[in-house]
Design a protein around this ligand. Structure first.
Ligand code: ZN
Length: 465
């Protein structure tokens, strides 16, 4: 064994334990976790040693929901694989999972292959969710081909009629096929008919602008769609993963289904867990236009409770990198505004600060939510999301006490604003390691070589609970 990198003196954090330990890296993988100060094997004299004294040594984050250069209607989000992974790394995330979402008329297989080819531009590894919008005679074969190529998770939407919305038959058939091949649908649930009624009423009231975002997409629309999709999963016995759940009611439906034996999972997104709908009453409400919208403070606080009890499975960013010019293009009508918030870089620091430092969430649970569980449900564990012998040496070394203020100028995402502008944060990653190479040091990029790989997923792990 020839060790090339040693991380000494830190506190290693895994979901099931944490404590003082040193970490040996060999050929880009974790070789061993050893007692503090343990000697490296003979032949390792040239190993680089990183001093992590006083720091938390965590597996690099896995962001299970990240839109890179997403084209939707007239808008395309502004980053590419290099830009998105650069920002991810600065925020302690070392694996992103992107989406290949077909425009009308495109085949899921073709879109996924084209998007997958971009992974090599990234500064870290990535995986991909395919997407099905409309079922046809070729879809099952395309899904089986995708699975054979390591893409087993498929994004679906119950909303955005005429763009990405899939009907119930398409959702059922896709779930059925994926259950058969070890995959899983990951679904955006908002009942489109209710949303359209919400928006029709909002327009009649003259309240269809960003300042009234909350009233244009009701919480009821979310729970209605979650209940319908859970019924399909229950009938089929298939797994199901709900992206960006924004209300306790939606999470409770999933938790109840899980107690009935359905492998159903809830994803929480940083902005729904931290920001509330008071932002829509502020001077620039378009900065916060996202779907589902930000909810009221009581809902946000109740949602956060599910980070502690295990009923939120994963923590995601739902990163979508629009800038203010795009957000301001149609300020008076949220229906034509690009929805989505930049967040791949801020996901971990914001939730660490608000919940680990602020509310006593354990670092172990933080690692489980933000790295281990996202890797598991995407068939990437324990290669990613873990610090175990054999895992890729993707490591984020955190200064849990660093105090800093979020300002768009200090961030690396391809936009000119952050929804967290001005927020004081405690804790940040200072050194980030990708497959044994130090890429961020002292908060600065020190190695910008694109070494990203597309990660073929194994079967999704349905034993998360
Ligand atoms: Zn999304």
């Amino acid at each position: 064994m020839t060790i090339e990198l040693i991380v000494r003196g830190g506190t290693v954090v895994e979901p099931t334990w944490q404590g003082p330990a040193d970490l040996f890296v060999e050929e880009g993988r974790v070789a061993a976790i050893v007692a503090p100060g343990a000697a490296a094997p003979a032949g390792s004299e040239n190993a680089r040693v990183i001093d992590a004294t006083g720091r938390l040594v965590m597996p690099g984050g896995v962001d299970p929901h990240c839109h890179v250069g997403y084209a939707s209607g007239e808008f395309t989000s502004l980053d590419d694989y290099r830009g998105c992974t650069l920002a991810a790394l600065h925020g302690g995330t070392t694996t992103i999972v992107d989406f290949a979402i077909p425009s009308p008329g495109q085949r899921p297989l073709d879109v996924a292959r084209a998007q997958r080819a971009k992974a090599s531009e990234g500064l870290c590894d990535s995986a991909l969710h395919a997407s099905v919008v409309a079922w046809d005679d070729s879809t099952e074969e395309q899904l089986r081909t995708l699975a054979s190529e390591g893409i087993v998770t498929v994004k679906m939407f119950t909303t955005y009629r005429g763009e990405t919305m899939a009907d119930d038959d398409t959702i059922l058939r896709t779930m059925q096929t994926l259950a058969d091949i070890g995959g899983m649908v990951v679904i955006h649930c908002e009942a489109n008919h209710i949303i359209e009624e919400d928006q029709r009423r909002a327009q009649v009231r003259g309240e269809i602008d960003a300042g009234h975002m909350s009233g244009t997409r009701s919480a009821l629309a979310e729970t209605a769609a979650v209940a319908e999709v859970l019924a399909i999963a229950e009938r089929l016995g298939s797994p199901i993963y709900f992206v960006h759940q924004s209300t306790p009611a939606a999470i409770e439906l999933v938790s109840a289904a899980r107690r009935r034996g359905i492998p159903a999972y809830s994803e929480g997104v940083a902005h729904h867990l931290v920001l509330d709908d008071g932002k829509y009453a502020g001077p620039e409400p378009e900065r916060y236009v996202c779907c589902p919208p930000l909810r009221d403070r009581e809902t946000v606080d109740a949602l956060g409770g599910y980070l502690f009890n295990g009923e939120i499975t994963t923590l995601a960013s739902d990163h979508c990198c629009y800038d203010l010019a795009q957000k301001r293009e149609h300020p008076h009508d949220v229906r034509s505004m690009p929805n989505g918030l930049p967040g791949v870089e801020t996901r971990l620091p914001v939730v660490f600060s608000e919940y680990v430092v602020g509310k006593g969430l354990s670092p172990q649970r933080f690692v489980e939510l933000s790295a281990a569980n996202p890797a598991r449900v995407n068939g990437l564990y324990p290669r990613k999301g873990a610090l175990q012998p054999g895992s890729d040496a993707d490591i984020a070394i955190w200064d849990a006490k660093a105090v800093w203020t979020i300002g768009s100028g200090g961030l690396h995402m391809a936009t000119d604003y952050s929804p967290y502008e001005g927020m004081e944060i405690t804790g940040r990653p200072t050194t980030v390691i990708v497959r044994g190479r130090v890429v961020i040091e002292g908060g600065e990029l020190v190695d910008g070589t694109p070494r990203g790989r597309h990660l073929p997923a194994g079967a999704v792990d349905l034993t998360v609970f």
